[in-house]
Design a protein around this ligand. Sequence first.
Ligand code: MLT
Length: 418
Amino acid sequence: NTGDGTEVELPFVEAVNGDNGYDISKLRAATGNVTLDEAFGNTASCRSEITFIDGEEGILRYRGYPIEQLAEQCSFVEVMWLVIYGELPTKEQVEKFEDELVHNMFLDERMRDLFRCFPRQSHPMPVLSAGICALSTFNRNHVGLGAEDVEIATRKLLAQVPTLAAYAYKNSKGQPFLYPKYDLSYVENFIRLAFGTPAEGYQFDESITQGLNALLVLHADHEQNCSTSTVRMVGSSQANLYVSVASGVNALSGPLHGGANQSVLEMLAAIRDQGIDPKDYLEQVKAKKAGIKLMGFGHRVYKNFDPRAAIIKKYADEILSKSPNGDKELLSIAKRLEEIALEDEYFVSRKLYPNVDFYSGLIYEAMGFPVEMFTVLFAVGRLPGWIAQWREHNADPKARISRPRQIYVGHDKRDVVP
Ligand code: MLT
């Protein structure tokens, strides 16, 4: 009811957002949707063209392309382009883009001092976040919202976050930094900067490079998860792209978000070390025994298999069968847990399926990555998604500052008694 007696049919989103030519205050008054409108506008935080998830079916697509096709057939650099610009690049476009990124991986030399001032054992995530904020000061002439500045910031971040991530790790180990090399790909440069040494460089293993490429693709975006909605929210105040992305890194550093694969690894190791039969472990989970949880199962949006988990499982088999670092015993415990849980009514009726974190930690470990790098790898993977989401928000002429709605549950009015 438009408020003057006429009835029209409007899609719900348009009706509550008021972008339909009708007087929104009259619409609200007539439909009584005031509460719903405020809640919708503030908590269903955005419309987005970037990532589609169907949690019931277990479907994930970037810009319409199924994740399994992208992970099998595309480089991470192609997927970055897709996520940020909306289309897959041509061969020429991607070659030029990757070349430009690799040539821009060098950091301003003064950034080295920034790293040196952190204590040796600092976790790489806060160091990475500080490094990204610092990038905004080194690029202070291009932190505006205009198209050119946003493009410069996009390219700088894509080129330099892997270098920052690698140096944050090197710093935590007290090892010297390496310079990027023009004849290596983007992903190869990241691996070498993180794990190479000045004396020996880095011995590349094709299966590790390919596996990491696929894992980065699988993590490139996941719509409004905790870190991405943080980037969008910070960006909604028109804070620049650098500091908004740093906020995403901070959100990701929490154990419930980026640290979940580490908890899976710890659970599997505990099952092995304590000699627990996987079936008995699941019985303890069902009995809700204190401290016993099935980590890496279930997801806020997936009520089915997380499509990323199925792809990752394949890489886990491939990489662990070749790697001297991989813990095959932990992989077989993981598979056994999955097998039993998927046949158990308790887990099936609760729609508890493996998520992306269930196998990723095992693979990273097999690739030789230490545990403190797991979230850093997630951040490098999620970077294009954060950038794309920030850009999408700020390109919308109707974009407003985000402000989640609060329901006040505190005291009624009370008086200070003199
Ligand atoms: C992610 O990829 O960000 C995680 O699966 C968490 C989420 O989507 O909520």
